[in-house]
Design a protein around this ligand. Structure first.
Ligand SMILES: O=C(O)CCC(=O)C(=O)O
Length: 297
């Protein structure tokens, strides 16, 4: 399709039934490989979606959150970062099995929470600059996946209220040699999805928030972002979350937040995992100690 032509909506794979039957994620894994993104409808339990939405509203009021004012975050969009520090309900988000399985399919095991933020995109917001979430990393593309992100729809995402726009297949592109005006003409599709859906995308997939041209609909999403275990997390979760709150995390969540060791090496303190030293989690075998030299007897 030519640049400037109106693109179709992103086509979600057939929605799964609404009963609690397990979702068949195989076609979603494949779509991530082929197109660099996928939308899973009914991915999140309705009670959890409602509880998260209520907590976004609670926090925006409590923190007196205001829209940012810059080209990337816009000036009608309110973001609340570092959510694990602000409410127990957020502990349910990073290990969500549907999302984590898809993310691990892209990043492999031992991936990390890179950042966790809510995004309330209000009427009048203009389209965000198209970007790839791994573009700050100075690595030649295409490269092994370093980032994989998800957007949880806490309200319906429509083209009119600013559904994320993305460029299918762009995770396979090489490093861009572009000017801003060329990028503004790139063909994107709106990731329309009903409340309770999650979109997962490869960190090299070009995308951006859409424009909200409605009169009164605030599009509320949760940006649950992950990175590979060998990459620095975007938010400094270990310092940003008070230790007494980390103590309430499950061992799995502590691993996801970077309190473990990647492949028994990266992130260690004197050859042990911070989770074991600080929170009494099961000790991990350090990589080198996994191959002892037998002593002569
Ligand atoms: O709000 C959205 O739909 C996308 C946000 C995004 O891509 C970002 O901030 O990196």
């Amino acid at each position: 399709m030519a640049l400037n032509q109106t693109p179709p909506s992103a086509t979600p794979i057939d929605p799964p039934p609404t009963d609690p039957a397990p979702i068949d994620l195989a076609p979603h894994h494949q779509q991530l490989i082929d197109e660099g993104y996928t939308i899973v409808e009914n991915a999140i339990e309705p009670e959890l979606v409602d509880a998260l939405l209520a907590d976004v509203h609670r926090l925006e009021a409590k923190l007196n959150s205001r829209p940012a004012d810059n080209r990337f975050e816009g000036n009608r969009t309110t973001r609340t970062y570092n959510l694990l520090a602000y409410g127990e309900i957020w502990q349910k988000v990073p290990p969500h099995p549907v999302v984590l399985e898809l993310v691990e399919g892209v990043l492999g095991p031992q991936c990390l929470v890179s950042s966790l933020a809510s995004i309330s995109l209000a009427p009048g917001e203009t389209a965000q600059v198209i970007h790839a979430d791994d573009q700050v990393q100075p690595i030649a593309k295409p490269h092994v996946a370093t980032v994989c992100n998800s957007m949880w729809a806490l309200t319906d995402f429509t083209e009119a209220n600013g559904a994320t726009r993305l460029v299918p297949g762009s995770h396979k592109w090489d490093n861009p040699d572009y000017f801003d005006e060329d990028f503004a003409r790139i063909e994107t599709v709106p990731a329309e999805m009903p409340k309770g859906s999650v979109m997962v995308w490869h960190g090299s997939t070009w995308h951006g928030g859409g424009a909200n041209v409605t009169d009164d609909e605030i599009r509320v999403g949760v940006a649950m972002n992950y990175c590979a275990g060998f990459i620095r997390q975007q938010e400094n979760i270990q310092l940003g979350t008070p230790p007494e709150i980390v103590a309430t995390f499950s061992p799995e969540l502590r691993q996801l937040c970077g309190f473990g060791m990647y492949r028994g090496l990266t992130g260690n303190i004197e050859k042990q995992s911070p989770a074991a030293l600080l929170y009494g989690d099961p000790p991990e075998t350090q990589l080198w100690d996994a191959e002892p030299i037998a002593r002569d007897v």
